[in-house]
Design a protein around this ligand. Sequence first.
Ligand SMILES: *Cc1c(COP(=O)(O)O)cnc(C)c1O
Length: 429
Amino acid sequence: MSDFRAIDKEFDKKYIWHPYTSMLNPLPSYGVTHTDQNKLYLDTGEVLIDGMASWWSAIHGYNHPKLVSAITQQAQTMSHVMFGGITHAPAVELCKKLVAITPEPLNRVFLADSGSVSVEVAIKMALQYWISKGNTQKNKLMTAQKGYHGDTFAAMSVCDPVNSMHSMYQGFLPEHVFVNAPRAKFGGPVDLAELEQLEQAFHTHHREVAAFIIEPIVQNAGGMNFYNPTYLAKLRELCDKYDVLLILDEIATGFGRTGKLFACEHANISPDIMCIGKALTGGTMTLSATLTTEKVAIGISEGEAGVLMHGPTFMGNPLACAVANASIDLLIETNWQQQITRINQAMSTLKRCEALDEVTNVRTLGAIGVVEIDKNVDVAKIQRFFVEQGIWIRPFGKLIYIMPPYITPTEDIERLANAIYQAIEQQQY
Ligand SMILES: *Cc1c(COP(=O)(O)O)cnc(C)c1O
Protein backbone atom coordinates (compact mmCIF):
# COMPACT_ATOMS: atom_id res chain seq x y z
CA MET A 1 0.00 0.00 0.00
CA SER A 2 2.46 2.69 -1.03
CA ASP A 3 1.39 3.93 -4.41
CA PHE A 4 -1.34 6.35 -3.45
CA ARG A 5 -2.08 9.21 -5.80
CA ALA A 6 -1.18 12.64 -4.51
CA ILE A 7 -4.16 14.82 -3.59
CA ASP A 8 -4.25 18.27 -5.18
CA LYS A 9 -5.53 20.10 -2.13
CA GLU A 10 -5.05 23.53 -3.68
CA PHE A 11 -7.49 22.60 -6.43
CA ASP A 12 -9.83 21.14 -3.84
CA LYS A 13 -9.78 24.29 -1.77
CA LYS A 14 -10.46 26.57 -4.70
CA TYR A 15 -12.94 24.62 -6.80
CA ILE A 16 -14.71 21.92 -4.81
CA TRP A 17 -17.59 22.31 -2.42
CA HIS A 18 -17.58 20.23 0.75
CA PRO A 19 -20.63 19.78 3.01
CA TYR A 20 -21.81 23.12 4.39
CA THR A 21 -18.66 25.05 3.56
CA SER A 22 -17.75 28.34 2.03
CA MET A 23 -15.98 28.74 -1.29
CA LEU A 24 -14.38 31.96 -0.04
CA ASN A 25 -13.13 30.77 3.29
CA PRO A 26 -13.49 26.99 3.44
CA LEU A 27 -12.74 24.89 6.47
CA PRO A 28 -9.57 22.84 5.91
CA SER A 29 -9.94 19.43 4.27
CA TYR A 30 -7.65 16.62 5.31
CA GLY A 31 -6.41 14.34 2.53
CA VAL A 32 -7.22 10.68 3.16
CA THR A 33 -5.31 8.16 1.06
CA HIS A 34 -6.89 5.00 2.40
CA THR A 35 -8.86 3.45 5.20
CA ASP A 36 -8.72 0.20 7.12
CA GLN A 37 -10.91 -1.11 9.94
CA ASN A 38 -11.40 1.90 12.24
CA LYS A 39 -8.50 3.92 10.84
CA LEU A 40 -8.14 6.77 8.37
CA TYR A 41 -4.71 7.29 6.80
CA LEU A 42 -3.76 10.85 5.90
CA ASP A 43 -1.52 11.90 3.02
CA THR A 44 0.59 13.69 5.59
CA GLY A 45 1.37 10.44 7.36
CA GLU A 46 -0.96 10.57 10.39
CA VAL A 47 -3.14 7.58 11.21
CA LEU A 48 -6.45 8.58 12.78
CA ILE A 49 -8.85 6.58 14.94
CA ASP A 50 -12.25 7.20 13.42
CA GLY A 51 -14.91 8.42 15.83
CA MET A 52 -17.55 9.22 13.21
CA ALA A 53 -18.05 6.02 11.17
CA SER A 54 -18.29 8.42 8.23
CA TRP A 55 -21.51 9.91 9.60
CA TRP A 56 -23.12 6.80 11.13
CA SER A 57 -22.52 4.62 8.10
CA ALA A 58 -19.31 2.55 8.39
CA ILE A 59 -20.64 0.26 11.12
CA HIS A 60 -18.29 -2.65 10.28
CA GLY A 61 -15.30 -0.34 9.89
CA TYR A 62 -13.58 0.20 6.55
CA ASN A 63 -12.51 -2.25 3.85
CA HIS A 64 -14.22 -5.23 5.48
CA PRO A 65 -13.23 -8.20 3.28
CA LYS A 66 -16.83 -9.45 3.03
CA LEU A 67 -18.07 -6.07 1.83
CA VAL A 68 -15.16 -5.61 -0.57
CA SER A 69 -15.80 -9.06 -1.99
CA ALA A 70 -19.54 -8.40 -2.40
CA ILE A 71 -18.77 -5.25 -4.40
CA THR A 72 -16.08 -6.79 -6.58
CA GLN A 73 -18.13 -9.88 -7.37
CA GLN A 74 -21.19 -7.84 -8.20
CA ALA A 75 -19.13 -5.43 -10.34
CA GLN A 76 -17.97 -8.38 -12.40
CA THR A 77 -21.53 -9.65 -12.84
CA MET A 78 -23.55 -6.46 -13.28
CA SER A 79 -22.84 -3.02 -11.84
CA HIS A 80 -26.09 -1.49 -12.86
CA VAL A 81 -29.20 -2.07 -14.89
CA MET A 82 -32.36 0.02 -14.98
CA PHE A 83 -35.10 -1.00 -12.52
CA GLY A 84 -37.94 0.07 -14.80
CA GLY A 85 -39.41 -3.15 -16.16
CA ILE A 86 -36.40 -5.15 -14.94
CA THR A 87 -35.58 -6.87 -11.66
CA HIS A 88 -32.55 -8.70 -10.29
CA ALA A 89 -31.46 -10.96 -7.45
CA PRO A 90 -29.50 -8.42 -5.37
CA ALA A 91 -32.55 -6.14 -5.08
CA VAL A 92 -35.02 -8.94 -4.39
CA GLU A 93 -32.73 -10.50 -1.80
CA LEU A 94 -32.23 -7.12 -0.11
CA CYS A 95 -35.93 -6.29 0.05
CA LYS A 96 -36.66 -9.75 1.54
CA LYS A 97 -34.04 -9.10 4.21
CA LEU A 98 -35.37 -5.61 4.95
CA VAL A 99 -38.90 -6.92 5.38
CA ALA A 100 -37.57 -9.67 7.66
CA ILE A 101 -35.52 -7.44 9.97
CA THR A 102 -37.78 -4.37 10.22
CA PRO A 103 -40.79 -4.40 12.54
CA GLU A 104 -44.07 -5.80 11.26
CA PRO A 105 -46.20 -4.84 9.42
CA LEU A 106 -43.65 -3.04 7.21
CA ASN A 107 -43.48 -5.20 4.12
CA ARG A 108 -43.44 -3.00 1.00
CA VAL A 109 -40.10 -1.54 -0.06
CA PHE A 110 -39.06 1.41 -2.22
CA LEU A 111 -35.31 1.58 -2.95
CA ALA A 112 -33.92 5.09 -3.34
CA ASP A 113 -30.52 6.69 -3.67
CA SER A 114 -29.92 8.67 -0.48
CA GLY A 115 -31.44 9.37 2.89
CA SER A 116 -32.96 12.66 1.82
CA VAL A 117 -34.59 11.02 -1.19
CA SER A 118 -36.07 8.28 0.98
CA VAL A 119 -37.64 11.05 3.08
CA GLU A 120 -39.04 12.67 -0.08
CA VAL A 121 -40.51 9.30 -1.04
CA ALA A 122 -41.98 8.80 2.44
CA ILE A 123 -43.67 12.21 2.25
CA LYS A 124 -45.04 11.45 -1.20
CA MET A 125 -46.38 8.13 0.05
CA ALA A 126 -48.21 9.82 2.91
CA LEU A 127 -49.68 12.59 0.74
CA GLN A 128 -50.66 10.21 -2.04
CA TYR A 129 -52.26 7.80 0.41
CA TRP A 130 -54.74 10.40 1.61
CA ILE A 131 -55.38 11.76 -1.89
CA SER A 132 -56.15 8.20 -2.99
CA LYS A 133 -58.58 7.90 -0.10
CA GLY A 134 -60.36 10.99 -1.45
CA ASN A 135 -59.14 13.16 1.41
CA THR A 136 -57.56 16.32 0.00
CA GLN A 137 -57.54 18.22 3.33
CA LYS A 138 -54.56 16.30 4.65
CA ASN A 139 -51.80 18.14 2.85
CA LYS A 140 -49.47 19.11 5.69
CA LEU A 141 -46.99 17.27 7.85
CA MET A 142 -46.60 17.50 11.57
CA THR A 143 -43.18 17.19 13.18
CA ALA A 144 -41.15 18.08 16.26
CA GLN A 145 -38.72 20.96 16.50
CA LYS A 146 -35.00 20.13 16.45
CA GLY A 147 -35.51 17.45 13.82
CA TYR A 148 -33.22 16.73 10.90
CA HIS A 149 -34.43 14.84 7.83
CA GLY A 150 -32.08 15.81 5.02
CA ASP A 151 -31.18 18.58 2.60
CA THR A 152 -33.65 18.25 -0.27
CA PHE A 153 -36.65 20.57 -0.30
CA ALA A 154 -39.42 18.51 1.25
CA ALA A 155 -36.95 17.07 3.76
CA MET A 156 -35.74 20.60 4.64
CA SER A 157 -39.31 21.70 5.25
CA VAL A 158 -39.54 19.32 8.23
CA CYS A 159 -36.10 20.16 9.69
CA ASP A 160 -35.92 22.44 12.69
CA PRO A 161 -37.36 25.76 11.46
CA VAL A 162 -34.99 27.93 13.50
CA ASN A 163 -31.71 26.18 14.07
CA SER A 164 -31.39 24.03 10.99
CA MET A 165 -29.08 25.22 8.28
CA HIS A 166 -32.17 25.79 6.18
CA SER A 167 -33.96 28.72 7.75
CA MET A 168 -32.97 31.03 4.89
CA TYR A 169 -35.25 29.10 2.52
CA GLN A 170 -38.24 29.69 4.74
CA GLY A 171 -40.42 31.60 2.29
CA PHE A 172 -39.77 28.96 -0.32
CA LEU A 173 -40.71 25.91 1.72
CA PRO A 174 -44.16 24.50 2.44
CA GLU A 175 -45.26 25.32 5.98
CA HIS A 176 -45.93 22.47 8.31
CA VAL A 177 -47.14 22.06 11.87
CA PHE A 178 -44.33 22.04 14.45
CA VAL A 179 -44.66 20.79 18.00
CA ASN A 180 -42.08 21.18 20.77
CA ALA A 181 -39.04 18.92 20.60
CA PRO A 182 -39.42 15.92 22.92
CA ARG A 183 -38.39 16.98 26.42
CA ALA A 184 -38.40 13.88 28.62
CA LYS A 185 -34.99 12.25 28.37
CA PHE A 186 -34.17 8.65 27.58
CA GLY A 187 -33.86 6.80 30.87
CA GLY A 188 -35.44 9.71 32.76
CA PRO A 189 -38.96 10.27 34.08
CA VAL A 190 -42.00 10.50 31.81
CA ASP A 191 -43.33 14.03 31.24
CA LEU A 192 -47.10 13.74 31.28
CA ALA A 193 -47.56 17.42 30.48
CA GLU A 194 -45.65 17.11 27.23
CA LEU A 195 -47.73 14.09 26.19
CA GLU A 196 -50.84 16.11 26.93
CA GLN A 197 -49.54 18.99 24.77
CA LEU A 198 -48.85 16.55 21.99
CA GLU A 199 -52.42 15.34 22.13
CA GLN A 200 -53.63 18.93 22.01
CA ALA A 201 -51.64 19.49 18.82
CA PHE A 202 -53.19 16.41 17.22
CA HIS A 203 -56.61 17.51 18.35
CA THR A 204 -56.15 20.94 16.76
CA HIS A 205 -54.42 19.98 13.52
CA HIS A 206 -55.21 16.38 12.59
CA ARG A 207 -57.67 17.24 9.84
CA GLU A 208 -54.94 18.92 7.79
CA VAL A 209 -52.15 16.51 8.68
CA ALA A 210 -51.18 13.58 6.46
CA ALA A 211 -48.34 12.30 8.61
CA PHE A 212 -46.18 12.96 11.64
CA ILE A 213 -42.47 12.58 10.88
CA ILE A 214 -39.75 12.19 13.51
CA GLU A 215 -36.40 10.57 14.18
CA PRO A 216 -37.10 7.83 16.73
CA ILE A 217 -35.34 8.17 20.13
CA VAL A 218 -32.36 10.21 18.86
CA GLN A 219 -32.82 13.62 17.25
CA ASN A 220 -29.33 13.74 15.82
CA ALA A 221 -28.22 16.76 13.76
CA GLY A 222 -30.76 18.90 15.64
CA GLY A 223 -28.92 18.50 18.94
CA MET A 224 -28.27 14.82 19.75
CA ASN A 225 -31.36 14.71 21.92
CA PHE A 226 -31.99 11.21 23.40
CA TYR A 227 -35.66 11.24 24.28
CA ASN A 228 -38.02 9.08 26.26
CA PRO A 229 -39.60 6.12 24.44
CA THR A 230 -42.99 6.95 25.97
CA TYR A 231 -43.07 9.98 23.65
CA LEU A 232 -42.82 7.66 20.68
CA ALA A 233 -45.39 5.24 22.09
CA LYS A 234 -47.76 8.18 22.62
CA LEU A 235 -47.18 9.34 19.06
CA ARG A 236 -48.18 5.92 17.74
CA GLU A 237 -51.33 5.99 19.84
CA LEU A 238 -52.25 9.51 18.69
CA CYS A 239 -51.58 8.76 15.04
CA ASP A 240 -53.98 5.82 15.24
CA LYS A 241 -56.59 7.79 17.15
CA TYR A 242 -56.52 10.82 14.83
CA ASP A 243 -55.96 9.12 11.45
CA VAL A 244 -52.46 10.44 10.87
CA LEU A 245 -49.69 8.30 9.38
CA LEU A 246 -46.47 7.90 11.37
CA ILE A 247 -43.19 8.28 9.46
CA LEU A 248 -40.06 7.27 11.37
CA ASP A 249 -36.74 8.45 10.02
CA GLU A 250 -34.35 5.67 11.10
CA ILE A 251 -31.63 6.82 8.70
CA ALA A 252 -29.14 7.49 11.52
CA THR A 253 -30.52 5.18 14.20
CA GLY A 254 -31.09 2.05 12.12
CA PHE A 255 -28.91 -1.08 12.16
CA GLY A 256 -28.11 -1.31 15.83
CA ARG A 257 -26.64 2.10 16.67
CA THR A 258 -28.92 2.79 19.67
CA GLY A 259 -28.71 -0.73 21.07
CA LYS A 260 -31.78 -2.00 19.21
CA LEU A 261 -31.73 -3.01 15.56
CA PHE A 262 -34.17 -0.13 14.94
CA ALA A 263 -34.69 2.61 17.51
CA CYS A 264 -38.50 2.33 17.42
CA GLU A 265 -38.05 -1.03 19.18
CA HIS A 266 -37.22 0.92 22.36
CA ALA A 267 -40.90 1.91 22.39
CA ASN A 268 -42.22 -1.38 21.01
CA ILE A 269 -43.96 0.35 18.17
CA SER A 270 -43.74 0.33 14.41
CA PRO A 271 -44.39 3.16 11.98
CA ASP A 272 -46.58 3.27 8.89
CA ILE A 273 -43.58 4.40 6.88
CA MET A 274 -39.89 3.99 7.73
CA CYS A 275 -36.81 5.54 6.12
CA ILE A 276 -33.43 3.84 6.31
CA GLY A 277 -30.09 4.76 4.78
CA LYS A 278 -26.61 5.61 6.12
CA ALA A 279 -25.47 2.21 7.54
CA LEU A 280 -27.55 0.26 5.00
CA THR A 281 -24.52 -0.53 2.83
CA GLY A 282 -22.06 -0.61 5.73
CA GLY A 283 -20.78 2.80 4.69
CA THR A 284 -19.62 1.79 1.24
CA MET A 285 -22.15 3.20 -1.23
CA THR A 286 -25.17 5.45 -1.26
CA LEU A 287 -28.47 3.60 -0.94
CA SER A 288 -31.63 4.12 1.06
CA ALA A 289 -35.05 2.59 1.36
CA THR A 290 -38.54 3.62 2.34
CA LEU A 291 -40.64 0.81 3.77
CA THR A 292 -44.35 0.89 4.30
CA THR A 293 -47.29 -1.33 5.15
CA GLU A 294 -49.68 -3.16 2.91
CA LYS A 295 -52.40 -0.73 3.98
CA VAL A 296 -50.51 2.32 2.74
CA ALA A 297 -49.08 0.65 -0.38
CA ILE A 298 -52.41 -0.72 -1.52
CA GLY A 299 -54.13 2.52 -0.54
CA ILE A 300 -51.84 4.50 -2.82
CA SER A 301 -52.29 2.07 -5.68
CA GLU A 302 -56.08 2.11 -5.47
CA GLY A 303 -56.10 5.86 -6.05
CA GLU A 304 -56.69 7.68 -9.29
CA ALA A 305 -52.97 7.95 -10.11
CA GLY A 306 -52.65 4.25 -9.35
CA VAL A 307 -48.88 4.44 -9.05
CA LEU A 308 -46.32 5.94 -6.69
CA MET A 309 -44.87 8.95 -8.48
CA HIS A 310 -41.16 8.32 -8.06
CA GLY A 311 -38.46 6.34 -9.89
CA PRO A 312 -34.82 7.36 -9.73
CA THR A 313 -32.38 6.43 -12.50
CA PHE A 314 -30.20 4.38 -10.16
CA MET A 315 -33.11 2.77 -8.32
CA GLY A 316 -32.16 -0.63 -6.91
CA ASN A 317 -28.53 -0.28 -8.06
CA PRO A 318 -27.18 -3.87 -7.98
CA LEU A 319 -23.76 -2.92 -6.61
CA ALA A 320 -25.31 -1.07 -3.69
CA CYS A 321 -27.88 -3.84 -3.09
CA ALA A 322 -25.18 -6.55 -3.14
CA VAL A 323 -23.06 -4.79 -0.56
CA ALA A 324 -26.14 -3.97 1.55
CA ASN A 325 -26.94 -7.70 1.59
CA ALA A 326 -23.42 -8.50 2.73
CA SER A 327 -23.53 -5.77 5.39
CA ILE A 328 -26.84 -6.97 6.85
CA ASP A 329 -25.60 -10.59 6.88
CA LEU A 330 -22.46 -9.49 8.65
CA LEU A 331 -24.44 -7.51 11.22
CA ILE A 332 -26.71 -10.45 11.99
CA GLU A 333 -23.82 -12.98 12.09
CA THR A 334 -21.64 -10.93 14.39
CA ASN A 335 -22.85 -10.40 17.90
CA TRP A 336 -23.69 -6.75 17.30
CA GLN A 337 -25.59 -6.33 20.57
CA GLN A 338 -22.52 -7.39 22.49
CA GLN A 339 -20.39 -4.96 20.47
CA ILE A 340 -22.74 -2.07 21.20
CA THR A 341 -22.80 -2.91 24.90
CA ARG A 342 -19.01 -3.09 24.96
CA ILE A 343 -18.68 0.28 23.20
CA ASN A 344 -21.28 1.84 25.48
CA GLN A 345 -19.35 0.65 28.53
CA ALA A 346 -16.05 1.90 27.10
CA MET A 347 -17.68 5.29 26.47
CA SER A 348 -18.25 5.68 30.19
CA THR A 349 -14.74 7.20 30.11
CA LEU A 350 -16.48 10.25 28.61
CA LYS A 351 -18.09 10.81 32.01
CA ARG A 352 -14.75 12.17 33.19
CA CYS A 353 -15.56 15.29 31.14
CA GLU A 354 -18.38 16.12 33.56
CA ALA A 355 -15.72 17.42 35.96
CA LEU A 356 -14.81 20.20 33.50
CA ASP A 357 -16.52 23.58 34.01
CA GLU A 358 -17.09 24.05 30.29
CA VAL A 359 -19.09 20.82 30.00
CA THR A 360 -22.85 21.13 30.41
CA ASN A 361 -23.85 17.51 29.76
CA VAL A 362 -22.40 14.09 28.95
CA ARG A 363 -24.67 11.35 27.63
CA THR A 364 -24.40 8.03 25.87
CA LEU A 365 -26.89 5.71 24.24
CA GLY A 366 -25.87 2.50 22.50
CA ALA A 367 -22.76 3.32 20.47
CA ILE A 368 -23.33 7.09 20.56
CA GLY A 369 -21.46 9.36 22.96
CA VAL A 370 -22.09 13.09 23.37
CA VAL A 371 -20.26 15.80 25.29
CA GLU A 372 -22.10 19.12 25.28
CA ILE A 373 -20.14 22.27 26.05
CA ASP A 374 -20.95 25.87 26.87
CA LYS A 375 -20.16 27.49 23.52
CA ASN A 376 -19.99 26.69 19.83
CA VAL A 377 -16.74 24.98 18.93
CA ASP A 378 -14.24 26.37 16.48
CA VAL A 379 -14.35 23.35 14.17
CA ALA A 380 -11.05 24.07 12.43
CA LYS A 381 -9.21 24.55 15.71
CA ILE A 382 -10.55 21.52 17.51
CA GLN A 383 -10.06 19.29 14.47
CA ARG A 384 -6.43 20.34 14.20
CA PHE A 385 -5.99 19.35 17.82
CA PHE A 386 -7.78 16.03 17.33
CA VAL A 387 -5.67 15.19 14.27
CA GLU A 388 -2.53 15.89 16.31
CA GLN A 389 -3.89 13.43 18.88
CA GLY A 390 -4.45 10.84 16.14
CA ILE A 391 -8.23 10.85 16.15
CA TRP A 392 -11.02 11.91 13.78
CA ILE A 393 -14.05 13.64 15.27
CA ARG A 394 -16.09 16.38 13.63
CA PRO A 395 -18.12 18.36 16.17
CA PHE A 396 -20.93 20.76 15.37
CA GLY A 397 -22.33 23.62 17.42
CA LYS A 398 -21.85 22.88 21.11
CA LEU A 399 -21.69 19.14 20.55
CA ILE A 400 -18.61 16.96 20.50
CA TYR A 401 -19.93 13.51 19.74
CA ILE A 402 -18.77 10.11 18.59
CA MET A 403 -20.49 7.19 16.88
CA PRO A 404 -17.55 4.92 16.02
CA PRO A 405 -17.60 1.75 13.91
CA TYR A 406 -18.88 -1.22 15.95
CA ILE A 407 -15.56 -3.03 15.50
CA THR A 408 -13.61 -0.26 17.27
CA PRO A 409 -11.30 -1.76 19.91
CA THR A 410 -12.09 -0.72 23.48
CA GLU A 411 -8.75 1.06 23.92
CA ASP A 412 -9.49 3.20 20.84
CA ILE A 413 -12.83 4.27 22.33
CA GLU A 414 -10.89 5.32 25.40
CA ARG A 415 -8.42 7.26 23.25
CA LEU A 416 -11.33 9.09 21.61
CA ALA A 417 -12.76 9.93 25.03
CA ASN A 418 -9.41 11.09 26.38
CA ALA A 419 -8.76 13.32 23.40
CA ILE A 420 -12.16 14.97 23.91
CA TYR A 421 -11.31 15.54 27.57
CA GLN A 422 -7.98 17.07 26.66
CA ALA A 423 -9.39 19.28 23.93
CA ILE A 424 -11.80 20.82 26.41
CA GLU A 425 -9.37 20.98 29.32
CA GLN A 426 -6.72 22.67 27.15
CA GLN A 427 -9.26 25.05 25.60
CA GLN A 428 -8.50 23.74 22.14
CA TYR A 429 -11.89 24.73 20.83
C1 LIG B 1 -28.31 11.79 7.28
C2 LIG B 1 -29.75 11.86 7.55
C3 LIG B 1 -30.66 12.16 6.52
C4 LIG B 1 -30.22 12.49 5.11
O1 LIG B 1 -29.57 11.44 4.49
P1 LIG B 1 -28.61 11.76 3.22
O2 LIG B 1 -28.15 10.41 2.78
O3 LIG B 1 -27.52 12.63 3.73
O4 LIG B 1 -29.45 12.43 2.20
C5 LIG B 1 -32.01 12.18 6.85
N1 LIG B 1 -32.43 11.92 8.09
C6 LIG B 1 -31.58 11.62 9.09
C7 LIG B 1 -32.12 11.31 10.45
C8 LIG B 1 -30.21 11.59 8.85
O5 LIG B 1 -29.37 11.31 9.87
